[in-house]
Design a protein around this ligand. Structure first.
Ligand code: ADP
Length: 441
């Protein structure tokens, strides 16, 4: 960035200086020409008023002006007098532009360059009372010559200015880039002054900071999740390994073997459920699951789920019932809706009380949006836990959850599904009375 700014700055200054120089030479030369013509005109007028050339056949006085040449030309172009040359050798002057102009309009002028382009001659001619044309001319250096002569000085000044600009541009770019560099260093610090140096960069800084924070948060969550997963897997595996060791070393009596095998089976099942939930979560995390949207009948899916959970509910002496609109349609991924229904109803049964009940409602709200409500008369969730139960591995009562075969991931999956469906979830719960979870699609 520094190099680019420097380069642009150098090119711009060089171009600027060069153009200014060119323009000032043109303007200066124009003014110079005007000045020369004006002095020639004054000189010619002076000569006219001195009456030296009144009688063209008898010019007595010789005009001796160092740099100005005076010529008297007759109507037919014959040169009568010339202050710098012999008139006999001079050709006819009738066709000279300034002479033509003077005969026609009273005065005329012309500029002619020498062959080498080194010199320029300025001519001014005026018609006298006696019918002749008086021409005064002056030779001077051409614009090229002037430029050429002045070139060493100009080049030196140019070089000096460029050098000065380079030093200045170096410091300027440094002062421009420095706050940006500082900003990058201070990115993770809050409220640093450098960030406000350029207000145009504020939204950019805000976005980067947000992304930065998100990355950190995600990394922390991942780390926590990995630690939790390892811990959760360790417990059943330790049990499995312990029981298997007892059996293999023959320390377990014949009557214990089948009990221990049962424990091994139970823990292995628990491991499987856990791994399945983890796989599902990582699928949802990475959007690996192939989402296929289809028109679904929410009531029918709820019916299937309630039917499937009827037996486990009965085992816990919990009654599960489904109510609502039989034609509640919904465009979504079937597996996701089934998982959502299962997890919510399963929790409502597992965290219920003996003789309790679960009500599943499928309906449409006044905005015609499908709504699912799972209401239980279970143990409820204390207020302080309510905001956290959707977190991974969060359980209100760890031992109770484990004894009921919970992994602590069910509601995390529910939350993920709800987010990807762009649905809303509301939770109402009172310990000892029950819980109501409402999902609006
Ligand atoms: P788990 O596998 O432990 O059930 P979830 O993610 O499904 O994990 O739920 C997290 C925690 O939220 C549970 O451990 C439980 O304490 C609480 N919970 C969930 N649903 C209910 C409910 N219907 N009634 C009471 N507590 C519930």
């Amino acid at each position: 960035m520094k190099r680019i700014i420097n380069r642009y700055f150098a090119v711009t200054t060089c171009l600027g200086i060069f153009l200014t120089l060119l323009l000032s030479i043109v303007v200066f030369y124009d003014a110079f020409q005007k000045e020369v013509f004006q002095s020639l005109e004054t000189y010619a007028s002076l000569l006219d008023s001195s009456h030296i050339f009144d009688d063209k056949y008898n010019i007595e006085q010789h005009v001796d002006a160092a740099s100005v040449r005076v010529t008297l030309i007759d109507k037919d172009g014959t040169v009568y007098y010339d202050s710098m040359a012999k008139t006999e050798n001079m050709d006819n002057h009738l066709k000279r532009p300034e002479v033509v102009e003077a005969f026609a309009h009273g005065n005329g002028s012309d500029i002619r360059k020498s062959k080498t382009l080194e010199k320029t001659t300025f001519y001014y001619a005026m018609l006298l009372q006696n019918g002749c044309v008086l021409r005064v001319s002056k030779e001077s250096d051409s614009i090229y010559r002037i430029f050429f002569d002045a070139f060493p000085v100009i080049a030196l000044i140019l070089l000096l200015i460029i050098l000065l600009c380079m030093v200045w541009s170096h410091f300027l770019t440094k002062s421009i880039v420095e706050p940006i560099k500082q900003m990058a260093d201070d990115m993770d610090k809050e409220n640093t002054d450098t960030v406000t140096t350029y207000k145009e960069l504020k939204p950019f800084v805000k976005t980067i900071r947000m992304q930065h924070e998100n990355i950190l948060k995600n990394a922390r969550m991942r780390q926590e999740f990995t630690a939790n997963v390892s811990h959760e897997l360790k417990t059943p595996l330790t049990s499995i390994s312990g029981y298997a060791e007892l059996i293999s070393t023959g320390m377990a009596g014949q009557e214990d073997v089948s009990r221990f095998a049962g424990e091994i089976y139970h823990n292995a099942q628990r491991l499987l459920t856990l791994i399945n939930d983890i796989i599902r979560l990582s699928e949802l995390d990475g959007n690996e699951s192939m989402e296929t949207l289809e028109e679904l009948n929410l009531y029918e899916l709820a019916r299937n789920c309630v039917d499937m959970l009827e037996l486990p509910a009965k085992k816990q002496n919990v009654r599960i019932r489904l109510y609502g609109n039989h034609q509640c349609m919904l465009l979504a991924d079937r597996q996701m809706i089934e998982e959502l229904l299962y997890n919510l109803c399963d929790n409502a049964i597992r965290y219920n009380v003996d003789g309790g009940s679960v009500e599943v409602w499928v309906e449409k709200n006044n905005l015609d949006r499908p709504v699912l409500v799972v209401k239980d008369t279970g143990i409820g969730i204390p207020e302080e836990h309510q905001s956290r139960i959707f977190e991974r591995f969060y359980r209100v009562d760890k031992s109770r959850s484990k004894s009921k075969g919970g992994t602590g991931l069910g509601l995390a999956i529910v939350k993920h599904i709800i987010e990807s469906l762009d649905a809303d979830v509301e939770l109402e719960s009172e310990p000892g009375k029950g819980t109501k979870i409402k999902v609006t699609f």
